[in-house]
Design a protein around this ligand. Structure first.
Ligand code: MN
Length: 293
């Protein structure tokens, strides 16, 4: 059975939070995976990393990591000082993940998160810069047992990789056993002609999968076709993680960065969000059962 996960910022309005609390919470609700932004790892001592990892092991939670790269560390930037600073920054993050025996890093981690403020008529030079950077970063990922998941994101969050095909092409050009593709239903809903076809196109290169509705609420609450999605995952024999990444509360850094300008659930109390997380788990388990996953 696929491991099922949840992103920590379903509950928290700021990217950094009490990771220990959410390891315990995710386990109690019944998840197998807790995912959170990787940047706070840079601020943690080795002792802190080890204690979080030990706690996660004890309750049977795998920790996975995502990030939206600060444009100050944009590894696709034509300014060589910025690009090299970004390479160093991402190498350090991958090393921190490695210290926790972490296996996965996803998100917009191949370029600065966001879109260029200038007219862009040809993105190939940016892509070449990113690839040049990634060929360096991936060596550190290989040495640390970390797999880099290239996440295709919608046009408002990045210009380099918007589709499954672009993510596949990018991974192929890096050419490492430690790079693969992550698809996210929220982004695919905006960019793909067919979500099912995008999943089938990536096939065995699909390393991790993010779920979220058309408006980033919990799966089943919006208008995405979950039969198409789970049917396609079953068709490709998908066995990897499925991590739900809903963002439903206005405010904080998360509201600012994800553009959440209203509450998308009626009740934002912690108890109500806990209940919604349990609903997500039950919904995804039922869909997996329906498609014999
Ligand atoms: Mn995602």
């Amino acid at each position: 059975m696929n491991k099922l996960g949840i992103f920590m910022n379903f509950w928290e309005k700021n990217w950094d939070a009490d990771h220990s609390k959410y390891i315990a919470k995710a386990a109690k609700i019944g998840f197998d995976v807790l995912e959170f932004q990787a940047q706070p790892l840079l601020e943690m001592s080795d002792e802190k990393l080890k204690s979080l990892k030990a706690q996660a092991d004890e309750v049977g939670i795998e920790l996975t990591y995502s990030l939206g790269l600060d444009p100050a560390y944009d590894v696709s930037n034509p300014d060589e000082a910025i690009r090299l600073g970004g390479v160093d920054y991402l190498k350090r993050i991958v090393e921190q993940i490695g210290k926790m025996d972490g296996k996965l890093l996803s998100g917009v981690s191949y370029a600065g998160w966001g879109t260029p403020p200038y007219i862009l008529n040809d993105k190939r030079p940016l892509l070449e810069n990113s690839l040049k950077s990634m060929r360096e970063i991936i060596k550190v990922a290989e040495n640390n047992g970390v797999t880099y998941c290239v996440e295709a994101v919608n046009r408002f969050e990045g210009c380099l990789i918007n589709t499954a095909q672009e993510a596949l092409d990018y991974a192929a050009q890096v050419d490492s056993p430690n790079i693969g593709v992550l698809l996210d239903t929220y982004h695919m809903n905006i960019e793909e002609n067919s979500i099912g076809d995008a999943i089938r196109l990536v096939g065995d290169k699909l390393i991790s999968f993010h779920t979220g509705e058309n408006n980033r609420t919990a799966p089943g609450r919006g208008h995405l076709d979950w039969d198409e999605i789970f049917g396609a995952l079953a068709e490709i024999g998908y066995k990897n993680r499925i991590v739900c990444e809903p963002f439903v509360m206005m405010g904080g850094e998360v509201g600012r960065d994800i553009h959440v300008f209203r509450d998308l659930v009626a009740d934002t109390s912690e108890a109500a969000i806990d209940r919604e997380a349990k609903y997500i788990l039950d919904f995804e388990k039922a869909m997996m059962q329906k498609y014999n996953m």
